[in-house]
Ligand binder design. Structure first.
Ligand code: GLN
Length: 432
């Protein structure tokens, strides 16, 4: 039996949906370290809601693969963090459990959808946390809360036990206060798992050392395109100058497929969501009908009251995009655009080692300001390309704009987490 960790923190930012006041921990590289876990990752015996009413009361009978790995590394799993419902959002405001507040400024959103994980780390409640990133949900809150977050290569971390939103793009990854802690948590969760058919069998992560001198870093002009806040752009530009000062070679380049990336992402993610969320019928998981009804009445009642507005919007749009007669027009076009994004990365990575730019086009938004879905989707423009192509990407703090944190994004080649983490460490420590 392991030892008990008493976790007794107030949660003024509403970072958690469930707190485990007594958490068991064991021996290993994370021995006794409190780790928070996003509430879409299955934890045996601990309620797992995905931030949704429809899963309230659902207690998974098994652990996700990453949870098994955390436990055998000795970590104390101290709770499940708040998130946009099913990961659909950029602010953590679509949660059925109320919004999370940004510890850097409590009138603002922490970003999303892993906003609870980021706020738990940024407020000092935990050292590190797991998030998931389908279109930016680790990197966006890391950027807005002033911490480090890594989206690994697609297939690098097992998705066994992750409750799916858009499974062709999402990855579980670490958030932490600094690059070393982020890399430590990554090294615990990365690895092959036969229970995930998309899992990759790659060598174990290498020990981390700061390394940037001589690296060729591409900066696509489109990363500083229309819609990027000029103050954010100049903070990130000075971050890139610092990379150059550390011995990196900065190369201007272009990524024309950026103009299609957001549409490709949203058509693909909504299509996959419409299929993945079909399983919530009030019979097998969570919420159940409160009285006997005809089957189709019960089904529509549960889904109407169980899902929030944004989730229902996406199921409807995704079902439409996949419907007979429209599939070629939307879904097939999105896949063609996705291939263009992949091709652009492949071409750029023939001559550069990694790409750099802002993580987000703006700083953390005031709470309550994202009622227009389209303007919320636009904020994801700089993060979705890495998900479409499956390449690793991280956000590392780079300074402040309008007194709020700004993140620098580094995007690497497939399987090159070590390379972008080493570059981020050099950047964070100011030494190569
Ligand atoms: N904001 C994006 C979306 O709403 C990304 C979410 C995510 O990565 N889970 O789909």
């Amino acid at each position: 039996m392991g030892s008990q960790y008493s976790f007794d923190h107030p949660d003024p930012h509403n970072a958690f949906i469930t707190i485990c006041h007594e958490a068991e921990y064991g021996e290993g590289p994370l021995s006794g370290i409190p780790v928070a876990v996003k509430d879409n990752i299955s934890t045996a015996g601990i309620e797992t809601t995905c931030g949704s009413n429809i899963l309230k009361g659902y207690i998974p009978p098994y652990d996700a693969h990453v949870i098994t790995l955390l436990r055998s590394a000795g970590a104390a799993i101290v709770g499940k963090t708040n998130m946009d419902e099913f990961g659909m959002g950029t602010t953590t405001e679509t949660s059925a459990f109320g919004p999370t507040l940004n510890p850097a400024d409590t009138t603002r959103a922490p970003g999303g959808s892993s906003g609870g994980s980021a706020a738990a780390v940024a407020s000092g409640m935990v050292h590190m946390a797991l998030g998931t990133d389908t279109g930016g949900s680790i990197r966006c809150p890391a950027s807005f809360c002033g911490i480090v977050g890594l989206k690994p290569t697609y297939g690098r971390v097992s998705r066994y036990g992750l409750i799916a939103y858009a499974n062709s793009m999402e990855q579980i990854g670490p958030l932490a206060g600094n690059v070393r802690d982020c890399a430590l948590l990554y090294s615990v969760i990365a690895g092959h798992d036969p229970r995930d058919g998309t899992s990759l069998d790659l060598p174990a992560p290498a020990p981390l050392k700061p390394e940037i001198a001589g690296k060729r870093i591409g900066v696509p002009a489109e990363f500083f395109g229309e819609g990027v806040d000029p103050t954010v752009a100049s903070v990130v530009q000075s971050g890139i100058d610092r990379l150059e000062g550390l011995g990196a070679e900065i190369i201007s380049c272009s990524m024309p497929s950026m103009q299609y990336a957001l549409a490709a992402y949203y058509v693909t993610s909504m299509s996959e969501a419409s299929s993945n969320l079909g399983r919530y019928d009030g019979v097998r998981f969570g919420m159940a009908p409160d009285f006997v009804r005809l089957w189709h009445d019960a089904y529509s009642h549960i889904r109407k009251t169980g899902f929030g507005e944004e989730v229902r919007r996406r199921i409807l749009l995704g079902s439409f995009a996949l419907s007979a007669g429209y599939k070629g027009k939307y879904y097939a076009k999105a896949q063609a655009a996705r291939q263009m994004v992949r091709n652009d990365f492949a071409r750029l990575f023939e001559t550069v080692d990694m790409l750099a730019g802002p993580t987000m086009p703006c700083v953390a938004l005031p709470l309550g300001e994202t009622s227009n879905p389209l303007s919320m989707y636009l904020a994801d423009i700089l993060t979705v390309p890495a998900n479409l192509a499956g390449v690793p990407a991280l956000s590392v703090p780079c300074g402040t704009a309008h007194t709020l944190p700004v993140g620098l994004q580094l995007i690497g080649k497939h399987g090159a987490e070590d390379e972008i983490l080493s570059a981020a460490l050099a950047f964070e420590e100011g030494s190569a």
